[in-house]
Design a protein around this ligand. Structure first.
Ligand code: ADP
Length: 173
């Protein structure tokens, strides 16, 4: 059975099949994890992303990893938090579903997610981690998936603690 693991660190350093980028609609780079991924991948990633003509919120697109240690980057666009009644939960769930489906299409074994929407986009971490873990768990169990390991990567201890708490609640429920 595929497993979910928690990692505290920089997602750009991981030697996995693919890392997920919390991108914006333009796919042309930005701050936070998006900026870090583009810096580490090199300008070829930006050139490639230009050809993709953007991405809608809740959707995902795949590119090579270029100078990154991972083979692919899956770019998904999380929702901006506007209080929770503007479709944010469904859109955040869709980011995880579409990214997992792309990973499966490419027959990937290991995938690493950052905390989509939990930075500049302002999604409350407690609610986001619940959606993240529930969605990944259901998807991995629902259909035959190539994925064996899904890493949930936090850049700071606070986010990591939210994941730990949610995962504990989830597995003991
Ligand atoms: P969003 O715009 O979707 O909120 P951000 O990049 O602002 O995206 O933040 C998403 C999450 O990624 C935050 O929890 C942030 O701390 C984290 N993050 C930022 N840089 C990195 C990195 N290099 N590796 C892993 N996570 C990161």
């Amino acid at each position: 059975m595929a497993k979910i693991e928690l990692v505290l660190g920089d997602i750009t350093t991981l030697k996995v099949d693919a890392i997920v980028n919390a991108a914006n609609n333009s796919l042309l780079g930005g701050g936070g994890v998006d900026g870090a991924i583009h810096r580490a991948a090199g300008t070829e990633l930006l050139d490639y992303c230009r050809s993709l003509k953007g991405c809608e919120t809740g959707q995902a697109k795949i590119t090579p990893g270029f100078n990154l240690p991972c083979r692919y980057v899956i770019h998904t666009v999380g929702p901006v938090w506007h209080g929770g009644d503007k479709g944010e939960p469904e859109l955040l769930k869709s980011c995880y579903v579409k990214s997992l489906e792309l990973a499966n299409q490419y027959q990937l074994d290991t995938l690493a997610f950052p905390a989509i929407s939990c930075g500049v986009y302002g999604y409350p971490a407690e609610q986001a981690t619940k959606i993240c873990i529930r969605t990944i768990h259901d998807k991995l169990n629902q259909s035959p998936m190539s994925l064996q390991t899904v890493l949930l990567v936090s850049f700071d201890a606070r986010m990591h603690q939210h994941y730990q708490q949610t995962l504990t609640e989830f597995t003991t429920a």
